[in-house]
Unconditional design. Structure first.
Lengths: 103, 513
């Protein structure tokens, strides 16, 4: 099974950045622990990466792998929206493994 | 108290022709200025030109933040003005921040966010090219990207503050929906800009007329009201600050030949070298002839320029040869340039800019405009007056002699609206009038005024033949020529009139009504 590659673009160590990171960790701890890799990119430190990815708003979460690429903007406070946005909740099948959906 | 408690707002020269003068020097330095306008009002050109001139004229780097068009589109569009953005980018003077719509942009939004990414990228780009100037085109588009208006407003304010803090002079563009009404959509002006410029592209007399207006410059001065501008290839926006033309032309005492010996005599030796002469007359009265002779009188190696708005080049050459003058040869020698155009082809501002360009390039010593009144067709009174003012002041500043013709609406006399507008600007006025006497049409010529010089006060008869214009004797015993209502007076009456003035010693006086 492919691991999720997530990149979270934030602007400095602000409350909003920290909220986003905390929210993200919480979501994945519940359902998908060890099935993802998270890279946090501070756009203040690496603006070229923000330029390459055409980041406009922060925090922006980008699911790079597996394809297709998905973007979520905001502090990730709505768990359902995040999972939906990452294609991790396409169906309502009770027995589906979230990791399988990403094939 | 320290000495630098408060600095006067400094101005940054934009390099946009005409704008700096209405802005009394340029944009407020280190501040943001909102440039608002309807679709097609040249906001993007203004924003881009601000950066381009910064690079070419002042060696100041620029950052272009594009929300609507892709950088590729911007590069291609600006190439039409001869601005090679790619070259600027290669030399490290220009950087794009591309925020244009992109296929991968549709993101899910959950919770609070800010535009930290955009800000970081703009700052990064500013540092990369050492930018002193930033253009953001256009703010309205960002409202389409995010639905949360409150957040967008908060973030735009932050953007404006950040730009100010960095110390760059920036232009933010915004859309308007109407030419006269709210400043910009979404009320952007209320929270992002100390300074507001409005670009208009209004329909006037079935023609588009572009104007710029500085609505406010916080803490510093500017010219008020709308100023026309035009957009020309190679130059982009060219302001025509006509109302700001200064009356500081030099004055020359050198006389030049009018092209007609008798007229020289009537003018006490000829026109002044830097004077504007208005020749007024009904159709067929001899205006084109007078302008032709005026141009042909230029001595080698003087060059002359003819702006013809009524007849074609071939017609003019034929006319000239009919009067024994060889325009073709003058053209071949490079001493004459004839520009024929229908006045309707361009707006007056465009005409003016074009005329200036040609004058600049050809550097003539004599210019004839035949006829100036043709330019009035389809123009508003205000723009026509501004056009004439702009043209005359330019010609004078170059110390060029100008001869404008003006058509009177009625055959026998009267004045045209054209004359009413420009007679005070001109230095000399020559009237050509039909004179009907005993069932015959004669022609009369008079020098109505000539600044700084004595001139013949008489109305003289003239005729036209294969060698041009021949001015003869003054009309005797005729009164009312000027008003277009000539009346023959008997010898006795004429003498009585003569006695009305004690010091008169010429025996005969012609009095207009």
């Amino acid at each position: 099974m492919d691991k999720l590659l997530l990149k979270l673009y934030i602007t400095g160590q602000t409350t909003r950045s920290e909220t986003a990171i905390a929210n993200l960790k919480q979501i994945f701890q519940q359902d998908l622990a060890d099935q993802y890799e998270l890279v946090v990119v501070d756009v203040l430190e690496k603006p070229q990466l923000a330029e390459d990815e055409r980041i406009l708003a922060t925090p922006t979460l980008i699911k790079e792998l597996p394809a297709p690429v998905r973007r979520i903007i905001g502090d990730l406070s709505d768990r359902e929206q995040v999972l939906l946005g990452l294609d991790l909740r396409p169906h309502t099948d009770a027995d589906s493994e979230p990791g399988d959906q990403a094939q | 108290m320290t000495t630098n408690v408060r600095n006067i707002v400094e101005k940054l020269q934009t390099g946009i022709v005409g704008f700096d003068s209405i802005a009394n020097g340029g944009l407020p330095k280190g501040r943001t200025t909102l440039v608002a306008g309807t679709a097609g009002s040249a906001k993007t050109v203004f924003a881009a030109q601000f950066l381009v001139r910064g690079i070419t004229d002042f060696n100041e780097g620029g950052v272009f933040v594009t929300f609507e068009e892709t950088p590729d589109d911007v590069r291609r569009n600006l190439l039409a003005f001869g601005w090679d953005i790619s070259a600027f980018e290669e030399s490290g003077k220009w950087a794009f921040v591309d925020v244009s719509p992109n296929a991968g942009d549709d993101a899910v939004i959950t919770g609070d966010y800010d535009l930290g990414g955009l800000l970081a990228r703009i700052e990064y780009a500013i540092n990369k090219v050492g930018a002193k100037r930033v253009s953001v085109d256009s703010l309205g588009a960002i409202f389409g990207k995010f639905q949360q208006q409150v957040i967008v407003r908060r973030e735009l304010l932050r953007l404006a503050m950040a730009l100010k803090k960095i110390g760059v002079t920036s232009i933010l563009t915004a859309e308007r929906t109407v030419e006269y009404g709210e400043i910009a959509r979404h009320g952007i002006e209320e929270f992002v800009a100390d300074n507001v410029i409005i670009l208009r592209n209004a329909l006037e007399a079935e023609k588009r007329r572009r104007t710029m207006e500085i609505l406010k410059f916080r803490g510093t001065d500017h010219q008020k009201g709308e100023f026309p501008f035009t957009i020309v290839g190679e130059n982009g926006i060219v302001g025509v600050p006509l109302s700001m033309v200064k009356l500081d032309q030099k004055s020359s005492m050198t006389r030049i030949k009018t092209g007609n010996e008798q007229l020289d005599q009537m003018c006490d030796g000829g026109f002044f070298r830097d004077s504007i002469v208005l020749v007024s007359g009904a159709t067929g009265a001899g205006k084109t002839l007078m302008s032709t002779e005026f141009l042909a009188a230029a001595q080698k190696p003087e060059r002359c320029l003819l702006f013809a708005y009524e007849e074609s080049r071939d017609q003019l050459i034929r006319n000239a040869s009919g009067w024994g003058l060889n325009f073709e040869e003058m053209e071949e020698d490079g001493r004459l340039k004839i520009l024929c155009e229908y006045p309707e082809t361009l707006g007056l501002e465009d005409h003016l800019v074009k005329m200036k360009d040609v004058i600049e390039e050809f550097s003539p010593t004599r210019i004839a405009v035949d006829s100036l009144s043709a330019m009035e067709r389809g123009a508003t009174t205000k723009s026509f007056r501004e056009f004439v003012l702009g043209l005359t002041s330019y010609i004078k500043s170059k110390e060029i002699a100008g001869l404008f013709t003006s058509v009177t609406p009625s055959l026998m006399g009267g004045t045209s609206i054209t004359e009413a507008h420009i007679s005070t600007i001109t230095d000399a006025i020559v009237l050509l009038r039909y004179v009907e006497m005993f069932g015959e049409i004669g022609r009369g010529v008079a020098v109505l005024k000539m600044r700084g010089s004595a001139h013949d006060k008489q109305i003289r008869e003239f005729n036209i033949d294969g060698e041009g214009m021949h001015i003869g004797k003054p009309f005797r015993n005729v009164t009312g020529i000027m008003s277009g209502n000539p009346v023959y007076v008997t010898q006795g009456q004429s003498e009585r009139l003569g006695q009305m003035f004690d010091e008169d010693d010429e025996g005969s006086v012609i009095i207009g009504r």
